[in-house]
Write a new protein. Structure first.
Length: 449
């Protein structure tokens, strides 16, 4: 059963917006920055779970409880919404401006481990083996897609793109792939599955998978309970599919079988098996413009692969423990490891640009663009200048937080973390100042100094 809940509660005595002195918990704002931000919209008071939140106060940092004391497994920003998923089986949708909870999405019967969003459509994957499609306008579940026989560990949405195709005579033609938006999922059942993305207005669908959870070493049941939106399965991995990347007609899957596989959506065939890692492959990124795939592994390394040959072109070493996190922006590849560091690499040639040193524990989460990196480890969340490798600011500190997820987009930055009081979400609104977006400090001082 799918259901949604929205709650608005009366204020309680003693509650207040988190207005911690800037020197301690929020980005240091110069007087010029602060005055710029104070030109924003008027104050409107909302009340949510006993937390008084004022809409769009300049440079403000708000904090509120979320998901009890459960782990936040996914955190993403879409338009003016912050969406969190948890191993408590639920998904919450919040207003970025106020922290108010707009929807709680219930229906999954296991922890939610994967999220993706396109427009007003949210897609989730869970330990209950099902994919659910949600309408963010009203918080309803419109489709339940069954077919996997174990936990869905990762998913992505592939949008149609136009590509240049060159024939044997050198003639260039345009072709669009995929033909329609697709959902791609990876599972502990060792398989990758491809689904058509339900369109807004499609008739609601409630299919379910029929299998029970499989133990490692068991294969998938290809038939029972697969939904009508299911297009095909890609099989060949010999262990859990841990991560996915997809663009155009190319899918790359990373597995605990120590390999990654490159798949062609058009032919439904495995183009290359990327062999070289000596430990489980934890993450993957894809750049079809460079014709590169990037993988990170339990063997402490990152590899850059040529998609035209299937060969490893660059072996990136330096980490001394599991490299579990990997992300790509147009100009930077960033890896994060259990060795407490992040490394910034040139995605074309694999040259090390910076080693980000400052955390005291395994890096549990990070997010980056071409200007800045936000990263979390037990006790702190740090903001870095990706071009210089400098720490700009401790967004959170004090040793009592365990960050699970960090994300930023435009003027917004959000962190989900565990504390002694339970799981909390923090949101910063940095307004219209472009120095935040560019990861810059003022001429004579860094953030927080």
């Amino acid at each position: 059963m799918c259901k949604t809940a929205s709650s608005w509660l009366k204020p309680e005595a003693g509650i207040a917006r988190d207005r911690v002195p800037i020197i301690d918990q929020s980005l240091n704002l110069t007087s010029s920055w602060d005055s710029t931000l104070r030109s924003l919209t008027p104050t409107i008071v909302h009340i949510h779970r006993g937390l008084e939140l004022k809409d769009n106060e300049p440079g403000e940092h708000i904090t509120f409880p979320a998901h009890g004391d459960s782990i936040v497994t996914c955190l993403l920003i879409s338009h003016d919404l912050l969406i969190s998923a948890s191993d408590d089986n639920s998904i919450n949708v919040y207003s970025l401006r106020t922290g108010s909870r707009i929807h709680s999405l219930y229906g999954h019967e296991g922890g939610v481990w994967a999220l993706a969003v396109i427009g007003n459509t949210l897609v989730s994957g869970s330990a209950d083996r099902n994919v659910r499609v949600w309408d963010l306008n009203n918080g309803t579940c419109t489709h339940v897609l069954g077919g996997h026989t174990s936990t869905i560990r990762c998913l992505t949405i592939v949008e149609p793109e136009w590509f240049d195709l060159v024939d044997v005579n050198g003639a260039i033609t345009k072709e669009q792939w995929p033909k329609e938006p697709l959902i791609v999922t990876g599972s502990r059942d060792w398989s990758v599955r491809v689904w058509g993305l339900p369109r807004p207005g499609d008739q609601e669908y409630r299919g379910r998978g029929c299998g029970t959870d499989l133990l490692d070493g068991e294969s998938t049941d290809k038939g029972a309970g697969i939904s009508s939106y299911h297009q095909f399965a890609l099989e060949g991995h010999d262990h859990v599919v841990r991560a996915l990347a997809a663009q155009g007609r190319t899918i790359v899957s990373a597995s605990y079988d120590c390999t990654a596989r490159v798949w062609d959506i058009a032919t439904r065939n495995c183009t290359w098996i990327l062999i070289g890692h000596t430990g489980k492959v934890y993450n993957v990124a894809l750049d079809t413009n460079r014709n590169h795939a990037y993988t990170s592994s339990m063997d402490d390394t990152v590899r850059i692969w040529n998609l035209q040959t299937g060969q490893c072109h660059h072996l990136l070493t330096g980490h001394t423990s599991l490299v579990g996190l990997l992300r790509l922006s147009p100009s930077h590849l960033v890896s994060a490891a259990a060795d407490t560091t992040l490394r910034v690499w040139d995605p074309t040639n694999g040259r090390l640009q910076h080693t980000l040193v400052g955390h005291t524990g395994a890096v549990t989460c990070f997010h980056h663009d071409d200007y800045k990196v936000a990263s979390g480890s037990e006790g702190s969340v740090k903001l870095w200048d990706i071009r210089s490798g400098r720490v700009l600011k401790n967004l959170l500190g004090g040793g009592e937080c365990l960050p699970w997820q960090v994300v930023f987009k435009g003027r917004w930055c959000a962190v989900a973390h565990s504390t002694k009081k339970g799981t909390m979400i923090d949101i910063w609104d940095f307004g219209e100042d472009r120095r935040w977006e560019r990861g810059e400090s003022s001429d004579d001082e860094e953030y927080g100094h």
